[in-house]
Design a binder for this molecule. Structure first.
Ligand code: B12
Ligand code: SF4
Length: 581
């Protein structure tokens, strides 16, 4: 048998579903490849193949490409495999190698910035794994056309590396409607076809045009919605038309995954509460209940994982969480000792909290809080977190540091929010602003590590201190870790980033706050916050800008109230956001 005409692949790190761990993937996107062996289990990068060498699971987007190709080619012509089997399949008859790129150079939301913390010129595991594909000797030998697509494909254009990797075509956007014609032109070497193809919004497919994938996806990803109408300016899915997949479509995808050995389904969405939503983002609880019950009833499916949710619906109608909990939490593979579930199970949907600054929130993402207003965001977060935690939803919360124009006053507001969240159960992941392609902020500058302020460093390391405590207990930092952090500061950190990281790092290493009060903004020693000591001095607050507390006449929440983080807050929706897409 000759070699297949088309070979599809994805990097080992992006295809991995090791222990169902999305953490593992996030780590691959951030940890420097040079130190990868110390941080991640090497077996997590070994993926399973079928006896004939085809991949058992790859990212859902690549499965979609395969499905579209299988409408016109046979299974013999289209092979999906991992790096270690490229040699087996790519040969003289191979015309195209198509590569999926979720985050190929690790520059989405500055994940590569994390690797830079360990030294200049380091690249994350993801990037190293991607390079192994594009520089593979078999590609050099047989020179098939290289086609790259996926949500992170834009990174190669941004980094200007198309020539270096001999990329023939880079496709950015949703392809279901346009791929067949485009692919024919690629195969024919049509000279009028652009090298960089950006699929416009007007060509985004309807759900009817999106087929059910033919084979199993990494993590058992099954899309339940696509696109989001909340309109955040930094966000890619905000530019997509909002769509919900019909239940039959979802169930067929679940069956495909289960048939090929998936025991878990990851419900992919920008916000689970968008599924079959009513007017004005009204959550459709019965539709969600039916969908969840149906998915978990499929033989072979043992666990469910959610991707993203938003906070506002949780506050507007806490019964959403009450009703969905029995259908989600007992079926999660994640456990935490603080969960009150009989089996200590918890669910950890991803929520973009982004900032504590009402001012930045109002400029860049006001639709996210709908039906609440930007100045209510802090309260929405605290109230929502209380409801989520009560039901063993311990979310994975992301923040964006360095949004354009972020001032010290803004960072203090984010620190205030973080302080208010100190008893919350969840993971708090600071990311750095990166202007994603095709978003309304694509022309803006990225946040730069070297320009991080002392307050931003404090925010960054305080998040990681919370995470350390949440996942490893308050007194569990090892001696090696406690000594290693100051060593890092003296040997590398201060040279790379200046003195500003010193005290935040010390906090992270476990140095008691009483020794650092003078140097840090947040004070965890029990110092009375209600006197406003941690508020920005009035002259540093932007002209015309009031803190949330001033605006609402609120006092700081006293620490004693924070066991029930949202308890002191009673909020009502406050109008319609001006800009939703
Ligand atoms: C599930 C998911 C994950 C999962 C699983 C990922 C996986 N490896 O399978 C987890 C949670 C692990 C994850 C992690 C991350 N993710 Co993610 N993820 C998603 C999510 C929710 C769904 C992805 C999906 O399967 N969609 C369905 C498929 C059909 O869509 P698609 O992949 O875009 O594919 C279409 C096209 O892109 C194209 N296509 C895809 N592949 C190819 C290949 C070729 C050759 C061609 C021609 C076309 C093509 O065709 C498809 C059909 O139109 C999306 C949001 C979304 N709704 O897409 C975010 C999303 C893709 N993730 C994102 C990010 C930033 C990350 C992280 C970097 C987060 C972080 N800071 O750590 C990490 C990186 C992980 C890694 N190892 O690289 C961003 C990407 C932003 C951007 N434009 O760069 C998104 C858009 C979320 C967001 N709201 O911002 N992710
Ligand atoms: S809420 Fe905002 S950040 Fe989240 S998916 Fe929607 S538009 Fe994007």
């Amino acid at each position: 048998m000759g070699s297949p005409k088309i070979v599809l692949t994805a990097s080992q790190s992006e295809a991995s579903e090791w222990k169902h761990s999305i953490w593992q993937q996030m780590l691959s996107a951030t940890i420097p490849a040079k130190y990868g062996h110390k941080w991640i289990n090497p077996t997590s990068l070994i993926n399973e193949s079928w006896p004939d060498g085809r991949a058992k699971y790859v990212p859902n987007g690549l499965r979609m490409v395969e499905t579209l190709l299988l409408r016109e080619y046979s299974e013999e012509d289209v092979v999906v495999c991992y790096l270690d089997n490229l040699e087996k399949f790519v040969g003289p008859e191979t015309k195209v190698i198509a590569i999926h790129a979720h985050n190929p150079l690790g520059i989405s939301y500055a994940t590569d910035v994390y690797s830079k913390i360990a030294g200049k010129n380091l690249i994350p595991i993801n990037a190293a794994e991607f390079l192994k594909i594009v520089t593979h000797p078999v590609i050099k030998k047989f020179q098939p056309k290289i086609v790259i697509g996926g949500p992170g494909a834009w990174q190669l254009e941004r980094a200007n590396r198309l020539d270096e990797f001999n990329v023939d075509y880079l496709i950015d956007g949703e392809i279901e409607r346009v791929f067949s014609d485009m692919f024919k032109r690629m195969m024919a070497g049509d000279p009028t076809l652009e090298r960089i193809i950006k699929v416009p919004k007007s060509m985004q497919p309807t759900v009817e045009e999106i087929p059910v994938v033919r084979h199993r996806s990494t993590f058992g990803v099954v899309e339940i919605t696509r696109g989001c109408g909340r309109g955040c300016q930094f966000c890619g899915p905000a530019t997509k038309v909002g769509r919900s997949f019909p239940l039959e479509h979802i169930m067929e995808s679940v069956h495909v995954n289960a048939r090929e050995g998936a025991t878990e389904i990851l419900l992919a969405t920008e916000d689970m509460f968008l599924y079959e939503q009513g007017a004005n983002f009204e959550t459709n609880i019965p539709a969600l209940e039916t969908m969840l019950k149906s998915v978990k009833s499929v033989p072979g499916i043992e666990t469910l994982q959610t991707s993203h949710i938003t906070m506002a619906p949780v506050v507007k109608d806490p019964t959403i969480i009450e009703r969905l909990t029995p259908l989600i939490v007992p079926y999660s593979h994640v456990q935490h000792k603080e969960s009150t579930d009989p089996d200590h199970r918890m669910t950890d949907p991803i929520i973009g909290l982004e900032t504590g600054s009402a001012r930045l929130f109002d400029i860049f993402m006001k639709g996210k809080a709908y039906p609440y207003k930007a100045h209510q965001w802090r309260d929405v977060v605290l109230k929502g977190m209380e409801t989520l935690n009560k039901h063993n939803w311990f979310p994975f919360c992301t923040f964006i540091i360095g949004l354009p124009g972020e001032t010290d006053a803004d960072t203090r507001e984010s620190l205030n929010l973080l302080y208010d969240l100190r008893d919350a159960k969840g993971t708090f992941v600071p990311t750095f602003f990166v202007p994603l392609e095709n978003t309304r902020m694509q022309q803006k500058d990225s946040a730069k590590l070297i320009e991080m302020t002392d307050l931003q460093w404090e925010f960054f390391y305080t998040c990681w201190k919370y995470n350390l405590h949440f996942w490893h207990g308050k007194s569990n930092a090892s001696m090696k870790f406690s000594l290693g952090v100051p060593l890092y500061y003296y040997l590398l950190g201060r040279k790379l980033f200046g003195n500003g990281i010193k005290y935040p790092l010390y906090r992270f290493a476990g140095v008691p706050d009483r020794f650092m009060r003078k140097h840090l903004y947040l004070d965890f020693t029990g110092y009375k916050r209600s006197k406003g000591v941690m508020n920005a001095p009035v002259d540093e607050i932007l002209p015309g800008f009031k803190t949330v507390r001033e605006e609402r006449g609120l006092n700081m929440i006293d620490a004693s109230q924070l066991h029930h983080i949202g308890a002191a807050i009673d909020i009502a929706p406050d109008g319609i956001p001006a800009a939703t897409t």
